[in-house]
Design a protein around this ligand. Sequence first.
Ligand code: 5AD
Ligand code: FES
Length: 361
Amino acid sequence: RGVKNVKDIVLQDTFSKEDLVALLQAEGNDRQLLFEAAYERKIQTIGNKVFFRGLVEFSNICSKDCLYCGIRKSNEKVVRYEASDEEILAACRFAWENRFGSVVLQSGELSSPAFVNRVDRLLRSIKQLSNNELGITLSCGEQSRETYRRWFESGAHRYLLRIESSSPELYAKIHPNNPQHSFEKRLECLRVLKNCGYQAGTGVMIGLPFQTMEQLADDLLFLKKIDVDMVGMGPYIEHEDTPLYAFRNQLKSKQERFDLALKMVAALRLLMPDINIAAATALQAIDPAGREKALKIGANVIMPNLTPCDFRKEYQLYEDKPCLDEDADLCRNCLEARIELAGGEIGYGEWGDSRHFFKRN
Ligand code: 5AD
Ligand code: FES
């Protein structure tokens, strides 16, 4: 028995770690076969609809210190902001009026009662202003079971919490060594979220220093094993004002990280054909057409940035974050055209729930 060909692997329904490593290493014609097979699998399983999630990065205040992240607590160069209720609700109203299926409220991680109450109030207001029509995803980090439950009852129905790396060893290398940054705690949060009834989304960074192909293949198997509904994953991009920047000379080139991220998306689509996969914004920081390329190889969700423009430059998780000074309208029009070019059809006015979520319930 010889080594399997990519051509044969892409036809399978189940994949071993070795299969996945082979997919991630595919070059030339094999790489093209992988991309085509993933796109095919997406069209056959969930069709060509692309769903918009209006992204509102409502605060960059963060109590954590992840070694890769530009808004980490110790970065004193960042001007901290909190968008006002009016600003946040205006962005959500824009999303609703433009028939985006849903919004994502994202922020740094805080767990003070004031923060928890504020998010709770915002959820109710968004439900109200949209006649209960807008779907709401939260991306506000690790919280207690009570908080997750409360936010669910107030109208959030999806939650994004990236595991960042499914390897506990790599996770430890890219986070400070203290209980606040525990891998186990993050895993537990994902379990609790599913338990509360959320559609749970997670994901990883691709091309981190010290990261191996085997770890990336394990990341894919991890996503399958914990049976997530949604995945967002993109290339790691160094940020000058973070500790991980010291390892920039160990990185693959940005182009290589970008390409590896596309292969991860394609391999994941083959592995989990009916989940929602986001075309990560970080792809666009490397290649202006990066997100559309991801739609062409298996992604089906895109997150137009609706953060008020004044705040965007202070929400730089990584370098070259795109759309720093475009307003939401412009973003939307150029997006429409580009999605059409990528063969997609925008699912206006639909929540665009993960099909996988309904199967597992
Ligand atoms: N490069 C790429 N992605 C990053 N994130 C944070 N910092 C970086 C970086 N330097 C991602 C993390 C986080 C998400 C909100 O942004 O995966 O979960
Ligand atoms: Fe804010 Fe990682 S630095 S959660």
